[in-house]
Design a binder for this molecule. Sequence first.
Ligand SMILES: NC(=O)c1ccc[n+]([C@@H]2O[C@H](COP(=O)([O-])OP(=O)(O)OC[C@H]3O[C@@H](n4cnc5c(N)ncnc54)[C@H](OP(=O)(O)O)[C@@H]3O)[C@@H](O)[C@H]2O)c1
Length: 315
Amino acid sequence: MGARVLVIGGTGFIGSHVVAACVDRGHDVTVFSRGRRPVTPGAASIVGDRRRPGPATRADLETGWDTVIDTCAHTAVDMDVSQSIPAQRYLLLSTCGIYQAAGLSRIADESVPVNMHSVARGKVQCERRAALLPAQSLVVRLGVVTGPDDPSGRAAYWIDRALRGTGVLVPARPDQPVQLVDVRDVAGFLAAMVDSEHTGVVNVAGSITLFAEFIDLIRAAGHGESEFHWAPEQFVLARGVRPWQEVPLWLPTDHPFRAHLRTGTDRATQMGFVDRPLSATIADLISWYRTHRYRHPHWLTLDREQALLRSIGGS
Ligand SMILES: NC(=O)c1ccc[n+]([C@@H]2O[C@H](COP(=O)([O-])OP(=O)(O)OC[C@H]3O[C@@H](n4cnc5c(N)ncnc54)[C@H](OP(=O)(O)O)[C@@H]3O)[C@@H](O)[C@H]2O)c1
């Protein structure tokens, strides 16, 4: 008999994969969300808003669970409802973005202090409240997650470029680290943690690769239709191109978040976390991209990219 599992936010990008992985392991899964997206087959559903749960929603949530997996707590107030949900275990999704990375070249492990002034400081408050719950808690700090359906478009940007058959601007340095974890490996790990006894904090991030290797993988998988041009990052920065938002995964050399792309995951490995090769994730992203043609509105436009390439003599 599987565990009774409640996945708060189980219809999101990561949550829907977590639900599928828990169902596959034979758990009895219920999703709690506001009902704006479909529920993965095999799971039951409680519809409500965690910030304003009505009496009926509260009654459904208070039936008791072996494990709660909370994928959508962002500020302290989000944890109010968590206190009234009886559970043996509480798994909270947090982010490696909370580490105080200034002056560090990498985040060695979970003992690196957190940054109370970062954009993710709400997650720090959630983590602190999770530690006070009567349930055994495990905080899972995620690195950059991708895979088919990734709404951030971080990897899809480069797939789009690889398949487009044009010149492609690469402002990152070839030795910039890239650390991507496949959403399905995150989900498998969380499903395995449902009935484990691990507590505390664990970083879950992918293997570290270099931007040059990442581009080689993308080019190989895209069958070389596009030509990639490495551009000096200062040149591109001086022309107002925004790293990460407009050109996903690019973080300039002195960017304070660079250390986050070299996050240590030894504890996760000891706990059984296994990540697939990046080439496998890229192959699946390409299949997904070919049918979905996903494009994010913040991406650098083709016209602007080609103009930049002409000015460096690359097109
Ligand atoms: N993606 C990454 O690279 C990354 C990296 C580090 C950490 N994380 C963390 O991973 C977690 C999951 O991210 P995601 O990208 O999968 O999120 P997402 O796609 O935005 O999904 C959010 C989920 O929460 C539900 N939800 C939102 N507000 C709610 C509310 N007030 N009450 C009840 N349900 C609510 C949504 O459904 P409804 O809208 O129907 O309510 C949906 O099921 C987040 O905590 C994020 O900070 C992600």
